[in-house]
Each structure stands twice: as C-alpha cells, then as structure tokens.
Design a protein around this ligand. Structure first.
Ligand SMILES: [Zn+2]
Length: 314
C-alpha cells in the first residue's frame, strides 16, 4: 500500500512538473501559431534542477517563472523566432523517448542530478543521464551556463576537498567530459576582464575590448585539448587565491561526437542575464549549438590558453 501511494504521489508530482514545463512552452507554441511563415524554431529544454546550491536566477517563487526563464523567453521571442524553450526542473523528463522532442538542452543546474537534493524535484535516473549524453553524442546541442559546471562532479570531487584541485583526466565524469570542464570553486564577486579570442563566433562580432563585469567568476579545470576558446578569463587583475593562475577559458565551444557543446561560466548575477554583451554571446552560442548557424570551432586551446590546466593554489 505504501509503495502504491508513493508511486501515485510520484506520478502526480511528475504530471504537475510536466504541466509546468509544457505551460512554459505553450506560450511559445502560440507564437509559432501566429507566425506560420517564420522559420521552424529549434526546441530547447531549459533544465534548472538544483541538486546542490539553488541560484536565485533560476528560483521560481509562487509558481512564477524564474528570472533567467523570463530573460530566455524574451530572447527567444526577439531573436527572429529561431529557438523556443520548454522549462523543467523535473529530472524524469530525461528518458530516451521524451528527450527526442528537443533539439538541444540548456543546463543551469547544480550537484548530482540523479539525487533529488536541495530543491527536492525528482531526479534524473542513471539511465536518463546516459540517454541524454548519448543524444548529445548523436547530434543534439548542449548549452551550459555558470553552475552547469558545478554539476555531476567526478569521483572524489563532490565535496570541496583536495580532490577538487586535481585533474581527473580520463577518470572525469562522462558529463564533465562532454561539457569540457569541472568547477573547482569561486572567490568573492569582482570585476573580471574577458578577452574575446574569436570575434567570428556568432554573437561576438562587437565584443568590447574592456568587458569586465562584476560576477561570481568560476575557477575551472579539466579542459580537453579539443576546446575552441571564445572568451578567455584574464586573471592578471583578479584577487583571491583561486584566481592566482594563468588565463583560462571562460566561454568555449566544442564538438561531442556529432553534437555541439557551448558553455559560458557567466550567469550567477541577474544583471549578467540582462547584460547585452552576455546576451549576444549567449544567443550566438545557442544558435550555433542547435545548428541555426555554423562556425569554425577548430580546437585552439593549446594555442590560446596553453596553461589552462595549471591549478590555482589550494
Ligand atoms: Zn553562482
């Protein structure tokens, strides 16, 4: 009996969460209806489950869309109808069958998503995680911002112990390998200068030389040799020991099998989400990841950031 009720309750929660996800999508579908002549939009699942720390930008209060969700709605509506989002925090959406409907996945997540964790939303199953990673390899797009790199840590890296300061290499979690990085930790919020090393990448044509917004900057590790760096974190003027390291990639693109992966470590602060420079780079990255546009993403990390994997002092 107990199991029966747990199952029913689980189904109810799942249904509610799906309705929320679909409700978020419904508006976009109406927009499609209004503009049948517009290009076919790519459908992207914005997934913001927090199994670890829950960021304010993705927190929904009283059922209202989160700050970042509203920004994405606006961006999707104002960018020539090239993409639309569904919004979910329920990890059970990751089944082989359900993920077929999406062209790409956009993560603003934390922690081990196969655990219900901080926000209590239903977790992904281990099979769901495999199906999702396999879908990327087979050609779907992935977009990650900020704490999507503080998600699925490699063995030993779940806590903030010394393992966080070691490279995992081949032992890294498959998700980390797909993303092309793993979060070490961050220092205090501060201005961080970013250098655009590929102004040909979509959305980067007018990237300013002096872009240095205040943000909670991530110190990252385990960069693979096949990354195409777009924005470089200039660490020369940063304070806090975690940034005492050579310049390292902040935004990049890489291919995972037939799939396209785009990541930016920005996105903690709400004023980053409304920053036009961030929005331009993000929209470019989204359009590239879901194949609305092409770009030359020949690996350049060994030239641009040869010391990217030099660890900061612990
Ligand atoms: Zn953060």
């Amino acid at each position: 009996m107990k199991c029966f009720w747990r199952t029913c309750f689980g189904l109810l929660l799942g249904t509610l969460a799906m309705s929320t996800a679909l409700a978020g999508n419904h508006g976009a579908e109406n927009q499609i209806g209004k503009s049948k002549t517009a290009k076919l939009k790519k459908k992207i699942l914005f997934f913001s489950k927090s199994s670890g720390f829950e960021h304010s930008a993705i927190k929904r209060t009283k059922g209202e869309p989160a700050f970042a969700e509203n920004v994405l709605r606006q961006l999707a509506a104002t960018n020539d109808f090239e993409f639309e989002f569904a919004y979910a925090k329920d990890g059970t959406i990751f089944t082989e069958e359900k993920i077929k409907q999406f062209d790409g996945f956009f993560f603003y997540t934390t922690g081990d998503l196969t655990e219900s964790g901080t926000d209590g939303n239903p977790p992904m199953t281990p099979e769901g995680k495999k199906a999702f990673l396999s879908a990327i390899t087979k050609g779907k797009g992935f977009i990650g911002v900020h704490s999507s790199s503080d998600t699925f840590h490699s063995p030993g890296g779940k806590d903030h112990g010394p393992k966080r300061y070691q490279l995992d290499g081949d032992n890294a979690d498959p998700y980390v390998k797909m993303l092309g990085t793993e979060f070490i930790r961050h220092g205090s919020q501060q201005a961080g200068h970013l250098v655009c090393v590929d102004k040909k990448f979509p959305g980067c044509q007018n990237f300013p030389e002096d872009f240095a917004p205040t943000e909670e900057w991530y110190s990252l590790k385990d960069f693979p040799a096949d990354s195409h760096v777009i924005l470089l974190q200039d660490t020369s003027k940063m304070h806090d020991s975690i940034y005492k390291r050579p310049n390292f990639p902040e935004t990049w693109a890489r291919r995972e099998g037939k799939g396209r992966v785009f990541y930016s470590s920005m996105g903690h602060r709400e004023d980053i989400w409304t920053n036009p420079v961030f929005q331009s780079v993000l929209v470019g990255g989204i359009n590239w990841a879901v194949r609305n546009v092409d770009a030359d993403v020949t690996p350049n990390i060994t030239k641009i950031a040869p010391e990217a994997n030099v660890m900061p002092p612990m």
